[in-house]
Design a protein around this ligand. Sequence first.
Ligand code: SF4
Length: 280
Amino acid sequence: MERYLGLFRGKRMFFYQSSRGCPHRCAYCYNTAVNRRRWRARGADRVVDELESLRDRYDFSSVYFLDDDFFIDKKRAMDLLRRLQRFGLSFVLQGVDIRTIARLTDDELDFLERVGVERISIGVESGADRVRTEVLRKWGSSEVVRQQLARLKRRRILVLCTFMVGLPSERPDELQQTIDLALWCLKDAENLRVPQVYNFVPYPGTELHHELQLRGFDFPRGLDAWATATGITTSCRPTTRSAATSSSGPSSSASSSTARWTTTVSAVPSCAPRTSCTGR
Ligand code: SF4
């Protein structure tokens, strides 16, 4: 069991999943295929009892919640943290979405600090409105993203913001907006970090994978082929309409002026897989 424990800020950390799935439908997320947008959770009593007994056995003082989105049921999430607080535990929350933060009041953010939430991870993904809403189908504009992240700046909670690039139909100016947002995260606040900018991976079963397939993408066939591919990424470049070799983006309004997009699939080294709100 020892090898399954982590270390965070010098504390022994136990990885635990109290719920699975997410009802939202971001077009790139494995949840839509694997959990079919269903969310199910262990009851708070069971989680508290189990973590108490596990802590007695394995002597950890920090819990890393692997939930896809820890706050789907906000009341349950707050209740859990409140009850676990008496064990002197601190918490890392992997799955937190911008929509989640928008649903939390300032008092509730204060509460998270107080009960010992030390780190959260947020999949910000893109700084471009069109890419967020039309391609990724994520909630909230980039302005809303900034507003919500601003509420987290200079708190005691470490906030890991991850991004994706190489998205289907993403234009250079939109890529720049993502870079600008990532830099804005780092500005004026030591607690906001950008640990990773991922290459987009179109996972089988996701809406984006399906759409790309319809456009003739040649994905690895079968598990063996996926296993030996070091990574799949889509590389996009705007082209003129006449030169385009594939159809337009996810919606006809997605392309601007005369720009169309072509996308190719190629194997690239060390392309980290993306799962849930935050990748990992
Ligand atoms: S990316 Fe996050 S909010 Fe979107 S479907 Fe996946 S888990 Fe839910």
